[in-house]
Design a protein around this ligand. Sequence first.
Ligand code: CA
Length: 221
Amino acid sequence: MRVLLVEDEVHLAEAIRLGLTAENFLVEVAHDGHTGLSKARTGEFDVLVLDIMLPGLSGYRICEALRREKIWTPVLMLTAKDGEYDEADAFDLGADDYLTKPFSYVVLVARLRALVRRGSPARPAVLEAGDLTVNPSAHSATLAGEPLSLTPREFQLLMYLTRRAGDVVSKRDILENVWDINYEGDPNILEVYVGYLRKKLDRGQGQRIETVRGVGYRLLR
Ligand code: CA
C-alpha cells in the first residue's frame, strides 16, 4: 500500500515513516503543503495522511483542492487539538477520517488499512435520502426543499447517517466517527442528538431515523 504522508515536523514524519514502513506500507513524505498537493495529484497513492498546519498550504486546503479536482484518494487528517471544529472542517472538506495528535501507531495503521479497504468511490457532491439532501461542502441540508437549521454536531450526525442511508449504523460507529474514536463520555449523548434531529426532520410524518433496538440507528432512504 502506498501512503503519502504530508507532515512538516521532520522528526514526527520520520517516526511515522519508519512505523508504517515496518507495517509494509510504502511511504513517501512531503514536508510542506505545495509539495504534498503536487505529489497527491499524481494519484499514485492508496491513502493520504495530511497534517493540518503545514507551511505553504494547509492540510484542509490540500484536501479541498483534491476533491475539487475529483481526486478521491482516501484522506486521514492529523488534527493537533481535539476540537469540534477541526473534525467538522476536515469532514466538510472531504477528509474520510481524522486522528488527534498524539496518537498510537497501532491505531494509525488500523485506520489506514480500514480506509484503503473501504476504497475511494467517487462521491456525489450532494447526499440524498428521500426528500432530504445534505451538501457536505456547503455545510447545508434541506428537507423537502426547505433549509434545515442544524448545529455543527447535528450536521455531522445527519451527514454520517445520510452517507449510510438504508443501513443500520451501530452506536459505536457513530460515536467514533461523529464524536471521537476514543470517545469515553456518556453514550447517551447520541440519543440526545438523535432526538434533536428527529425534532427537525419529522414534520408530522413517521420517523426517518429508526431505532434498531440493541444495535443502532437507520436513516430511511
Ligand atoms: Ca504541522
